[in-house]
Design a protein around this ligand. Structure first.
Ligand code: BT5
Length: 258
């Protein structure tokens, strides 16, 4: 499988953009071909047939209606902030949406919501071959409510168009996403998570709310969300009053503020 086009300088920090018409998953391709990719190269596809979420979940990319891309990060300056690149990417996507007048919020670990519905997801992985980071972003641009319904996402997903944002198409929005991403990733490398955290907190869909966290062993822990900790973990005061921090998990229930 080879890209339909490769454009020098169109990636991040002068990297290349490799564009596919259709591919199973940009993250899978980038992980498998990481040795052929340089820092800032972007793998993008108009359609994904097997888009992936975290764990074994899937990501819907309707052909021509969304942005699906993966960015390769190889510069050593990313090593200390590797656990936080997904959070920087979620804030970058929310920058773009807020500029279009949409009330974008971020949800730990790295989702972007508009009015409680998911509009973008982020999947950061390590390429096992060479330790580079593959940062995947899926953003719904013109996906229709009918397409979400057909995928069982009628109640939980939205797109820029469905939420009443710009009429731009994925191709016109993509360069803006790249700019926002480059800016936030540069800030993360220079200043660590501290450079991102204030904006994350201002846009946090969870802080101060009663939430339930589904932890990797299958347990559920309920309590009041304390927001994003200094290292990127989720802070929670559980119902027994004990402070807890989570590196991974899923927030499965969000109630109104306490
Ligand atoms: C994510 O996982 O949200 C990460 C999504 C990353 C997608 C990008 S696209 C480019 C790159 N290549 C890939 O193959 N992946 C990345 P997670 O937090 O596990 O959420 C997955 C869940 O979101 C699914 O189980 C569905 O419930 C829901 N979902 C799937 N597709 C969606 C969509 N298009 N919009 C909103 N929600 C969706």
């Amino acid at each position: 499988m080879t890209p339909a086009s490769v454009t020098a300088g169109a990636g991040l920090w002068g990297g290349r953009m490799l564009l596919f018409d259709e591919i199973p998953s940009t993250n899978t391709w980038a992980v498998e071909h990481s040795r052929e990719l340089g820092h800032g190269d972007v793998v993008r596809a108009a359609a994904q047939t097997a888009g992936r979420g975290r764990l074994t979940r899937s990501w819907l990319t309707v052909p021509g209606a969304g942005i699906a891309c993966s960015i390769l990060l190889r510069d050593p300056s990313f090593a200390p902030v590797a656990p936080n690149v997904g959070q920087a990417a979620a804030v970058a996507v929310s920058d773009l949406l807020l500029d279009d007048g949409l009330p974008a919020r971020v949800k730990w670990p790295n989702d972007v919501l508009v009015r409680g519905r998911k509009i973008a997801g982020v999947l950061a992985e390590l390429a096992p071959d060479d330790g580079a980071i593959v940062l995947g972003i899926g953003l719904n641009v013109s996906t229709t409510p009918e397409s979400f319904s057909a995928a069982g996402l009628a109640e939980t997903a939205t797109s820029i168009h469905a939420a009443g944002g710009t009429n731009g198409d994925p191709d016109s929005i993509f360069p803006r996403l790249m700019c926002a991403l480059e800016r936030r990733l540069d800030a993360l490398c220079r200043g660590g998570l501290d450079a991102i955290r204030p904006d994350w907190t201002a846009r946090d869909a969870l802080v101060g709310r009663r939430i339930e966290v589904l932890v990797p062993d299958g347990g559920r822990i309920a309590g009041r969300c304390g927001g994003l900790a200094q290292d990127g973990r989720l802070a929670l005061t559980d119902d027994a009053g004990t402070g807890r921090l989570f590196w991974s998990g899923d927030v499965v229930k969000i109630a109104s503020p306490y």
